[in-house]
Ligand binder design. Structure first.
Ligand SMILES: NC(=O)c1ccc[n+]([C@@H]2O[C@H](COP(=O)([O-])OP(=O)(O)OC[C@H]3O[C@@H](n4cnc5c(N)ncnc54)[C@H](OP(=O)(O)O)[C@@H]3O)[C@@H](O)[C@H]2O)c1
Length: 217
């Protein structure tokens, strides 16, 4: 499968790219700047010893991919969606965005739609299947694929089959994903990130995460 990661040049994108590439997927790092994307792709390929990761400008990455992920700061959420709206029609769109309050990242500043995920679904329209995932996992944990990550991935969205596809990708990445409901569940899932940030600060750690218990394996 070809998977694009828009804004994949930052903190969260490279770890997702590495784990997807190790799982055997083809990855296209997206960026506003093609050269920046190619540079990150080259670095990740050197680390992996392969050529599974390419770089491209965001819209081209979205066009070439079957599944499109987005890891940009919430401040760039709508503008980035606007640039790829045509390219993601008919595709699964995985939104990783968390609308933290820019003045205080311990708090959320939810958009009028309710959450970033609902905003993306509303903006992209019913032709794109928006799925929320990876909001509660820290970038540095994803970035170190030799180490298992001690947390679960909460997955939500309105299309059941799209969520199943994303959960099976998550399994290939060595993680356990759970379908936690429709797109409105993302109000809670995105909100949990601000709590994890509070816990990280309080306990002077970097990787607090969520683990579900009491469920059948
Ligand atoms: N970092 C984490 O541990 C973590 C954990 C869970 C969820 N998240 C969420 O994941 C998303 C990405 O986080 P991150 O830490 O990876 O962010 P980041 O490193 O600050 O930014 C990621 C990429 O977004 C692009 N970008 C930055 N500003 C932009 C703008 N104004 N317009 C368009 N593109 C812009 C940049 O790529 P180019 O300059 O190459 O275009 C940048 O490399 C956020 O919504 C965050 O809340 C992050």
């Amino acid at each position: 499968m070809k998977i694009a990661i828009l804004g994949g040049t930052g903190e969260q994108g490279p770890g997702l790219a590495l784990r997807l590439a190790i799982a055997g997927e083809e990855v296209i790092i997206g960026s506003r700047n093609k050269e920046r994307a190619e540079k990150v792709a080259t670095e990740l390929n050197a680390e992996l010893g392969g050529t599974r990761i390419q770089g491209a400008e965001n819209a081209q990455a979205a066009q070439a991919a079957e599944i499109v992920m987005m890891t940009v700061p919430y401040s760039a959420h709508l503008s980035t969606l606007e640039g790829v709206k045509a390219q993601v029609q008919g595709k699964i769109f995985v939104d990783v965005s968390v609308p933290l309050d820019p003045e205080n990242p311990r708090r959320m500043k939810m958009p009028p739609a309710g959450s970033a995920t609902e905003e993306a679904q509303e903006f992209l329209g019913p032709g794109t299947k928006v799925v929320a995932a990876f909001q509660n996992v820290a970038a540095h944990l994803l970035r170190d694929p030799k180490h298992a990550i001690d947390c679960d991935i909460l997955v939500c969205g309105n299309d059941v089959e799209a969520k199943k596809t994303v959960i099976s990708l998550i399994a290939k990445m060595g993680l356990k994903g759970y379908d936690v409901g429709t797109a409105d569940s993302s109000r809670v899932v995105e909100g949990l990130t601000s709590i994890l940030i509070r816990l990280n600060i309080r306990h002077k750690v970097k990787g607090a995460g969520i683990r579900l218990t009491g469920l059948p394996q």
